[in-house]
Design a protein around this ligand. Structure first.
Ligand code: PGA
Length: 231
């Protein structure tokens, strides 16, 4: 089981240090934290496994506002998220740029958590599988079933909304994704201490990508404990 905390644009270096001073992870679960770029150094010095939230596909160049995978390696970062729905929806990320980012990060030895998921409109119009197929195949075409690749199924309608996929919906989506690409699949979207055990118990759910509930050391630790007792 892998539990990854996506801090989004929360916690500068000071709050990052305070988090790690208070956070205790149980044995028997792999824990990853993804802070914003300016907090990566503070996070790495905690000794925990740290991922970035994005990485560019070129090692260097005239790409204002971007950070390369090489630079992350130099900081001691172990991997990166790519293709989060907030990147896709708010910052113009496409299946092609997600695939390029994943390939570059894996190419320099980073781990990658690549996010996929349908919007509410797509689910309601019966297009969930089509959307997942297009998103997963773009990643699969670029990097195949790379051993450092993990996928995250995050239904967009469940992110930060308090709505979660039912364990059954998650199970179905995970099974579908694994048929397309045989890699571990995390579930993400309003995972909390109260619902983690049930979601993580679903066949095909190999861990969780946690946003809001990863910001407090106690709630994130509770989700990690739920994973440790499920695996
Ligand atoms: P949430 O976010 O847990 O706050 O819904 C999940 C994510 O965006 O990765």
């Amino acid at each position: 089981m892998l539990i990854a905390g996506n801090w989004k644009m929360f916690k500068g270096p000071g709050e990052t240090e305070a988090f790690f001073a208070a956070f205790e992870a149980p044995e028997g679960v792999e824990v990853v934290v993804c802070p914003p770029f300016p907090s990566l150094v503070a996070a790495v010095s905690s000794g925990r496994t740290i991922y970035a939230q994005n990485a560019h596909w070129e090692p260097r160049g005239a790409y204002t506002g971007e950070v390369s995978a090489e630079m992350l390696v130099e900081l001691g970062v172990s991997g990166t998220l790519v293709g989060h729905s907030e990147r896709r929806q708010l910052f113009g990320e496409t299946d092609e740029t997600v695939a390029r980012r994943a390939r570059a990060a894996l190419g320099v030895g980073l781990g990658v958590i690549a996010c996929v998921g349908e919007t509410l409109e797509q689910r309601e119009s019966g297009d969930t599988e089509l959307v997942l197929k297009i998103q997963v195949e773009a990643i699969a075409f670029a990097v195949g079933d790379h051993e450092r690749l993990v996928l995250a199924y995050e239904p967009v309608w469940a992110i930060g909304t308090g709505l979660t996929a039912t364990p059954e919906q998650a199970g179905e989506a995970h099974a579908f994704i694994k048929e397309l690409l045989d890699r571990p699949v995390l579930y993400g979207g309003s995972v909390k201490p109260e619902n983690a055990s049930e979601l993580l118990a679903q066949p095909g759910v190999d861990g969780a990508l946690v946003g809001g509930a990863s910001l407090e050391p106690d709630s994130f630790a509770a989700i990690c404990r739920a994973a440790a007792s499920t695996s």
